[in-house]
Design a binder for this molecule. Structure first.
Ligand SMILES: Nc1ncnc2c1ncn2[C@@H]1O[C@H](COP(=O)(O)OP(=O)(O)OP(=O)(O)O)[C@@H](O)[C@H]1O
Length: 470
């Protein structure tokens, strides 16, 4: 054997070996095919013809191999002269394990390639294939995460959890905002998801491939805000950097600038911001040159800007400039029907970090519904996280587990001490009934069949009552 190898050059040997092994491979494999130097099919056996569903081999001969087998890499083998010993090829929703070898003439020139389908049924290769699938999934997830990171956003519209009419209206407006390149003003209490929504709007908009830059106006000292926004020219003031320092406007150029807590912006900067938005250009600190910028502004605030205008602390012209499309985000206490789905989503997210699978019972959700949620969804997340860390029930959160961690202050008063005026019995009963229905719907996470069961009435009666209430 060794002498045989010594006597021949490599390409002749390869050809002889292929020729020697060919009948055995053709017999044992699920299909065999040969192509010429131009990667056109010169031969295909019966089993491969059947596997590909070609009917007759004559239909394939002479055609470019990619026209018949779109994912084949035979042209690559012909081109490079390098064999592809093992590969998984997708064809028509099947996964085929294939091997491809170059084929040489006597002078060592490549004249074509042959390929064999080693397996068309992946059963014997299950461990290998599941590893391949897992790697494929990991790759897809990593690509997605990378794309998000490149965009600078963590959230998309699906991350704004909620199916209540109020949440659906928020999402409808967000989609509208994403489709139009106009300023958006998000209004909502702290923790209601203003940043989630701003990122989501950016990632659905045409600016998605450009940067998303967020700046929290309230977190930056007043004297640094201008530099933060518009950047600094080299040597602008004593001690300033010799290099140009870009501001948030330049960093967001082409993309979206998220101005969080815009109501906290001092009046002089409001004037400069207005100019930048009107003119589409900025003037870095210490520079006498203007720089053109193209940013879409999404502003957010938890403050009442109209009241601030009335008292003179917010410019009305800036308000109208920012408020082309307004999206009010309701506080959690006004969309308690979303508590169940929010808990599920938040517990899944928290669980990933803590390595615990958290679940909340219907009674647990009802316990949460009794609280006022001044910190909204951020506070809900904290409460669930505390309950999960302190819980002893393997991640099951029932009412007791919730009450243990729910702040007492801010609880809705269960009964009020002030005497209530006496009202007609019918009205009092209707109110009590409406409250019971609302509580049942919250406990049943919006599922009307389950709510009816909890109330001990039929589904149709519940529908009747709901129709009367609306
Ligand atoms: N609708 C929602 N669905 C799922 N998670 C949400 C939702 N809204 C908010 N969150 C979560 O609540 C937390 C606070 O959200 P976010 O920072 O967007 O609120 P915010 O309104 O911008 O708050 P602030 O005004 O204090 O900056 C985040 O952890 C976010 O993931």
């Amino acid at each position: 054997m060794t002498r045989l190898f010594e006597a021949k050059n490599r390409s002749v040997l390869t050809r002889e070996l292929i020729e020697a092994l060919f009948p055995m491979f053709e017999e044992a494999s699920a299909g065999a095919i040969a192509v010429d130097r131009e990667a056109r099919i010169t031969w295909i056996n019966q089993s491969y013809t059947q596997l590909l569903g070609l009917g007759d081999a004559g239909n394939a001969i002479g055609k470019p191999v990619r026209a018949v087998i779109p994912h084949t890499r035979m042209p690559e083998v012909v081109e490079t002269g390098k064999p592809l010993l093992l590969d998984i090829m997708e064809h028509d929703k099947q996964q085929l394990v294939v091997t491809r070898l170059p084929y040489y003439d006597d002078g060592g020139e490549i004249v074509g390639a042959v390929a064999f389908v080693l397996y068309d049924d992946l059963q014997p290769l299950t461990p290998l294939v599941s590893k391949y699938r897992r790697l494929h999934q990991d790759l897809a997830a990593a690509r997605k995460a990378l794309a998000k990171k490149a965009r600078g956003t963590r959230y998309s519209l699906g991350d704004f959890v909620g199916a209540s009419p109020a949440a659906l209206e928020v999402k409808r407006r967000a989609r509208l905002a994403a489709g139009r390149d106009m300023p958006v003003l998000l209004l909502g209490e702290t923790g209601t998801g203003k940043e989630v929504l701003a990122q989501a709007i950016h990632s659905v908009s045409t600016r998605t491939d450009k940067p998303f830059v967020g700046v929290n106006v309230a977190a930056i000292p007043d004297n640094l805000l201008e530099a933060e926004f518009f950047g600094v020219a080299p040597g602008a003031y004593t001690g300033a950097d010799r290099r140009t320092r870009d501001g948030k406007f330049q960093l967001a150029n082409g993309g979206t600038l998220f101005l969080d807590e815009v109501g906290d912006m001092p009046l002089p900067l409001q004037a400069k911001l207005l100019r930048a938005l009107q003119e589409g250009e900025i003037e870095p600190l210490g520079s006498n040159k203007v720089v053109p910028v193209d940013v879409r502004v999404i502003a957010a605030t938890s403050r009442n800007l109209e009241a601030m205008i009335a008292e003179g602390s917010f410019r009305s012209d800036l308000y109208y400039r920012l408020n082309v499309l307004e999206i009010p985000i309701p506080p959690l206490r006004d969309r308690l029907a979303d508590l169940g789905v929010l808990c599920e989503a938040l517990l899944e997210d928290i669980g990933d970090g803590l390595d615990v699978r958290g679940e909340i019972t219907d009674a647990g959700v009802s316990a949460l519904a009794g609280y006022d949620w001044p910190g909204n969804i951020r506070e809900l997340r904290n409460v669930l996280e505390r309950a999960l860390t302190m819980g002893e029930d393997g991640g099951q959160l029932d009412a007791d587990a919730i009450f243990k961690v729910l702040p007492r202050n801010g609880n809705r008063p269960v009964s009020t001490l002030a005497p209530r005026p006496v009202r007609p019995l019918g009205q009092t009963m209707a109110e009590a009934e409406a409250q019971a229905i609302e509580e049942a719907l919250v406990a049943a996470r919006g599922n009307r069949t389950r709510a009816a069961k909890l109330l001990g009435i039929s589904r149709s009666v519940l529908y009747e009552k709901l129709a009367k209430m609306s």
